[in-house]
Write a protein that binds this ligand. Structure first.
Ligand code: 1GP
Length: 239
C-alpha cells in the first residue's frame, strides 16, 4: 500500500510535485528521468487548474519513473486511473463547502470506478505571503502564519474526523514556507503523519521542515526553476 510507504516513520520522504500545465513533453520527460535517477521516493501530480491532459502526463512520467505516482487533485475533474494512489483532500482550513465536501461527492463515484488507493487527507492552507493559486481558486482564507493555536485545533479536528494524513500547504510558489513553530505544535498534538509543502526553495528549508516534524516534504517550483537542486535535496532526505 502506498499509504504505508508514505508514512514509514523511519524515513524522511520527499515528493516532487509536477504540475501538468508547467511542462512540455520534453521537460516532463527530463524531470521524470531525473526523479528516477535521484531515486525520489514519490511524485505528486496536480495543480489548481489543469488544462493539459492529466492522464497523458501520468503515462509519460511512468515511462521513465518507477516509484509511486500520487494524484494531488485541485478539483473533482482531476481524476485518472493512471495513478497509484490519490490524496482525497478536504480543505479543512477553509469554510467553502465545495472544497470541504462538494467536489468529493462529485469525485467519489469516479474514484471508485478508477479503483485506485484513496488516502483521506486533511488539507490546511497556511498563509505564506501573497495570494497563492490555491487560495484564489478555492475561495478560502488561509490560516494566519502566527495563529498556531488555530492550526493545531484544525489539525486535531481533521484527525478526529478520521483523516489519515495532514497536508500543511503554504501554496505553490509561496514566499514563506510553513513556520517551524506551527509544524512542531501540530506534531506535538496530533498522531497522524504530516505533509508540508509550499515555498520550500533550498536544502536548508527542507532540512528545517523535517527537523520541525514533517514526515513528507513537497517541492515543486524550486525544482522547475533549478532541476539540479533535486540532487542536493535528496542528500537531505538521506541524512
Ligand atoms: C504545492 O506544496 C506544493 O502544493 C509545492 O509548492 O511549488 O512552492 O514547491 P512549491
Amino acid at each position: 500500500m502506498i499509504y504505508q510507504q508514505l508514512t514509514d516513520h523511519k524515513r524522511r520522504h520527499l515528493a516532487l510535485l509536477i504540475d501538468p500545465d508547467k511542462h512540455t513533453h520534453e521537460s516532463l520527460t527530463a524531470i521524470a528521468q531525473r526523479a528516477e535517477r535521484c531515486a525520489v521516493p514519490f511524485i505528486f501530480v496536480g495543480g489548481s487548474l489543469i488544462q493539459n491532459d492529466l492522464a497523458q502526463t501520468v503515462r509519460t512520467i511512468k515511462k521513465y519513473y518507477t516509484r509511486p505516482v500520487i494524484l494531488f487533485p485541485g478539483c473533482a475533474s482531476h481524476v485518472t486511473s493512471e495513478v497509484d494512489a490519490l490524496l482525497f483532500l478536504s480543505l479543512i482550513s477553509g469554510r467553502n463547502a465545495e472544497f470541504l465536501i462538494g467536489n468529493q461527492v462529485i469525485a467519489a463515484p469516479l474514484v471508485k470506478q478508477a479503483n485506485i488507493e484513496v488516502i483521506p487527507t486533511g488539507y490546511m492552507l497556511i498563509e505564506g505571503g501573497g495570494t497563492t493559486s490555491v487560495e484564489y481558486m478555492s475561495n478560502t482564507r488561509p490560516i494566519p502564519a502566527e495563529k498556531t493555536d488555530i492550526a493545531v485545533a484544525t489539525a486535531l479536528a481533521g484527525e478526529m474526523l478520521g483523516m489519515k494524513l495532514l497536508y500543511l500547504e503554504a501554496g505553490s510558489g509561496a514566499l514563506h514556507s510553513v513556520p517551524s513553530a506551527m509544524i512542531q505544535a501540530i506534531k506535538l498534538h496530533c498522531n497522524i503523519p504530516l505533509i508540508v509543502g509550499g515555498g520550500i526553495r533550498t536544502a536548508d528549508d527542507l532540512q528545517r521542515v523535517f527537523v520541525a516534524g514533517a514526515n513528507i516534504a513537497v517541492v515543486g517550483t524550486s525544482i522547475e526553476k533549478t532541476p539540479d537542486l533535486l540532487d542536493e535535496m535528496m542528500k537531505v532526505i538521506r541524512c
